[in-house]
Design a protein around this ligand. Structure first.
Ligand code: WAQ
Ligand code: MG
Length: 267
């Protein structure tokens, strides 16, 4: 009984949504989002600032850090998607594989090719990268974001602090060289996949030297593809393929606001 009370006391009543976004002129440089205990805030803020100041996309002129309280009682706990990796020889092969994986999820090849062409050309209103994700209607191929430069930014998600170690061991055991980036993308994709309105997500990075991307879905998990873009390209982004008739404001609210902590798959 005493042990139980002690563990209740140890659980914080409040968590903190910490978000960073940096830009240079009109260009998006980098962003990050975490859901943290108070004790982790100082270290994480300083690491976000370091990332923004020394980013491979260039030096930020403007950095915006946002901290907001989140009641622990409102936080949902879920399992990360299963993770798999496909090795390909070049980005063209990677894109073909992405098309195949999306076809298996019911998305037409022509529609996917048109969406990928928009992403590769720079999907923001003025060209270049968006700050958030594109929403594409899986039937018509139409863009559905209300702001084509911002898109939808997913936030208020993280791995459960108690699970972080085992998740990082899991990745280190597979010899991945950028476990932090993988955990961030895997967590984001796992939140997106909780939306029944999203059929699949396609992503590749906007960092010029990071070529790995993924297809994610509730059905087939987080499917990494070793090369999805040409080395040196500064164009990256995310596409959420959504069901026709999706209630966009409910979807956006969930992605931006509902707090979720993830544990390792199968635990
Ligand atoms: N919500 C929605 N879209 C976002 C978010 C967010 N929170 N953060 C970034 N984006 C969009 C935005 O358009 C960026 O330009 C684009 O995604 C790429 O962001 O398993 O590093 O942070 O090895 O550069 C995936 C593979 C890496 C990881 C993805 O994305 C792995 C990556 P980046
Ligand atoms: Mg980036």
């Amino acid at each position: 009984m005493r042990d139980l009370r002690a563990s209740f006391r140890a659980m914080p009543e409040q968590l903190h949504s910490l978000r960073m976004r940096s830009s240079c002129g009109r260009e998006h440089i980098s962003g990050a989002e975490r859901l943290l205990d108070f004790a982790q805030l100082e270290e994480e803020m300083s690491s976000m600032l370091q990332r923004a100041l020394g980013h491979p996309r260039g030096r930020a002129e403007r950095i915006c850090l946002t901290l907001e309280p989140v009641k622990a009682a409102t936080v949902r706990r879920e399992s990360l998607l299963s993770l798999s990796t496909f090795q390909v020889e070049n980005w063209q092969q990677g894109r073909r594989l992405a098309g195949d994986l999306l076809k298996k999820l019911g998305l037409e090849r022509v529609l996917v090719e048109a969406a990928v062409a928009q992403l590769s050309a720079g999907p923001a209103a003025q060209g270049g990268v968006m700050r958030g994700a594109m929403l594409i209607d899986a039937l018509t191929g139409q863009r559905c974001e209300s702001d084509r430069s911002r898109g939808v930014r997913v936030s208020r998600m993280d791995v459960d602090p108690g699970a972080r170690q085992s998740i990082q061991c899991l990745l280190a055991g597979q010899g991945f060289d950028d476990p932090q980036r993988i955990v961030e993308a895997w967590t984001l994709a796992s939140k997106v996949a909780l939306c029944p309105q999203v059929i699949a997500e396609l992503c590749w990075s906007d960092d010029p030297d990071y070529l790995t991307g993924y297809i994610a879905s509730a059905q087939n998990g987080y499917q990494r593809i070793s090369q999805l873009k040409k080395a040196g390209s500064r164009i990256g982004g995310r596409i959420f393929f959504i069901r026709p008739g999706t209630n966009l404001s409910a979807l956006t609210d969930f992605l931006q606001r509902d707090p979720i902590l993830f544990h390792a798959p199968g635990t």
